[in-house]
Design a protein around this ligand. Structure first.
Ligand code: F0G
Length: 488
């Protein structure tokens, strides 16, 4: 481990978290000494942004029931709601779209897509879906069900909902450091191997599959180490349980492994990804993240019988197995995007530019989850708004204030998203976070400088922000369509 990492790491206890003997890269190119991280692309076509006034935003958020998902995106200036489907496609992806072949069955676009997926994830069966949650729906329809338990480092909201919709229990077991926003740990997304082993030793027969989310989105976009994936794989296979990856941000996770894990710095990113895949038995994928798709996903796995059951569900719900829920042109864009996602110049810029935002907020005293994650900066609203109790939704309050002040749309990842339990009770979430997700290749450094200025100014006034109560709550995934009012 580098001295720099040793100094900043309060907790590096797990044996698998051995860090590369080298400081985190601060250079913009491997053979240069300049510290400015530039976007490794130039702009090819532009979209105008609409500047709104404070009173327009006040009206817009009130009309939206104080739910940022209900806003018209035209009323948003900098949209950090999600990094999903919001990235800029490259010239080569737009060109690939022109090769889209819309044949119902056996299109050449399908074969290009399948080959690109297998190049990185050599699973036997690749099943295309329109996005990640469709892959989740299919696999949990086949493997889930009442009485089953599905462990994960942390389930994402749709993953949890799909597990629970099948009647199974979704159980989170990230390492304890993963619950503490302030603790520095290089692989805060690691699954707690002790807790996993306890479960498998007691009731492996009830566990049809173990999931690992790379990077751990709901836990701060934190990576999982290769050593942890390997150990989880050995554990699962010892008990005869398959290990699956929720791999939306696999390339960012592989970059963190490259940067932080002993013995990994000399490897190609694609090589690290293939090793991760080799430790798993399957994966679900939202191709709207790292593969630069505006839409898309897949399910991949090795087991022939499970694959056949999954294809049967696919045909009912998504489409024929050579297009799933996608057009031929989408398959082409993704095949190209997958190649771009593992390029080291891109990943270096991507991770450093996210850290640029996080480090700047940290420097002015805004509490953020540390170390800074891959695709987003997560503000710790519990610390910033200690006067707002968890079930008055401090994260929601902060997210609303960021919109009102500067037209920035972010996303609450806390009690609004997670507090409602399957038994109807409301239990505060482990953390109250506001996620500033960075769309890929979309915003420039000056946009981010503006975000830093707005967040800093809102943070200064945090003590005056109100709590909120829900005036309408849907039965499931309530954060998408709930309505709120401020508690004055
Ligand atoms: N798994 C993880 C870890 C995710 O982050 C997401 C989506 C999904 C599964 C579902 O994929 O949207 O294609 O159906 N995350 C987005 C987000 C929506 O904003 O973090 P999907």
């Amino acid at each position: 481990m580098s001295d720099q990492w040793r100094e900043i790491c309060d907790v590096v206890t797990v044996a698998e978290s051995r860090i590369l003997d080298e400081a985190p890269l601060l250079l913009c190119g491997v053979d240069q000494t300049f510290v400015t991280i530039i976007e490794p692309f130039r702009i090819h076509s532009v979209e105008p942004l609409r500047i709104t006034t404070a009173s327009e935003r006040e009206a817009a958020i009130e009309n939206a029931g104080f739910n940022l998902f209900n806003l018209h995106s035209q009323d948003v200036l900098i949209d950090l709601l999600t990094d999903s489907g919001t990235g800029a496609m490259s010239r080569d992806q737009w060109a690939a779209i022109q090769h889209g072949d819309e044949s119902y069955a056996g299109s050449p676009s399908w074969f290009r897509f399948e080959a690109a997926v297998k190049e990185l994830f050599p699973f036997k069966h690749v099943i295309p879906t329109h996005q990640g949650r469709a892959a989740e729906k299919i696999i949990f329809t086949v493997l889930g069900g009442p009485g089953k338990v599905i462990p994960n480092n942390t389930h994402f909201d749709t993953t949890r909902a799909n597990v629970e919709a099948s009647g199974a229990e979704a159980r989170d077991m990230v390492i304890p450091e993963g619950h503490d926003a302030a603790v520095i740990h290089p692989f805060k997304g690691n699954i707690d191997l002790g807790t996993l082993e306890l479960l498998l030793a007691q009731s492996a027969a009830d566990v049809p599959v173990v999931f690992l989310t790379i990077t751990n989105n709901s836990g701060g976009g934190q990576p999982v180490s290769l050593a942890n994936i390997r150990a989880a794989s050995e554990l699962c296979h010892h008990y005869g349980v398959p290990l699956f990856l929720d791999a939306c941000r696999f390339a960012e996770n592989a970059w963190f492994i490259h940067e932080r894990e002993e013995g990994q710095s000399g490897r190609e990113i694609s090589d690290i990804v293939r090793e991760i895949a080799s430790l798993a038995d399957g994966m679900t994928m939202s191709a709207k993240k790292d593969p630069f798709g505006n839409i898309g996903g897949w399910l991949a796995l090795n087991d022939d019988d499970v694959a056949e059951s999954c294809r049967n569900v696919l045909i009912l719900t998504e489409g024929f197995p050579t297009y799933g829920g996608l057009a031929g042109r989408d398959l082409e864009a993704l095949a190209q995007g997958l190649k771009e996602a593992v390029h080291p110049d891109y990943l270096r810029y991507r991770i450093r530019s996210t850290a640029y935002l996080g480090d700047a907020l940290d420097a002015v005293g805004v509490p953020v989850v540390k170390p800074i994650g891959g695709h987003a900066v997560y503000i710790d609203a519990k610390s910033l708004l200690p006067h707002v109790p968890p079930l008055h939704y401090p994260g929601q309050s902060l997210a609303i204030a960021l919109y009102q002040a500067g037209g920035i749309r972010s996303c609450e990842i806390g009690s609004v998203m997670f507090a409602r339990q399957p038994d109807g009770t409301e239990v505060p979430a482990a953390m109250e976070l506001v996620r500033l997700a960075i769309p890929r290749r979309t915003y420039t450094q000056s946009h981010i400088d503006y975000v830093i200025e707005v967040v800093t100014s809102v943070a200064k006034e945090a003590a005056s922000l109100p709590g909120y109560r829900m005036t309408h709550e849907p039965k499931s995934l309530r954060h998408f369509t709930a309505r709120f009012e401020p508690i004055r």
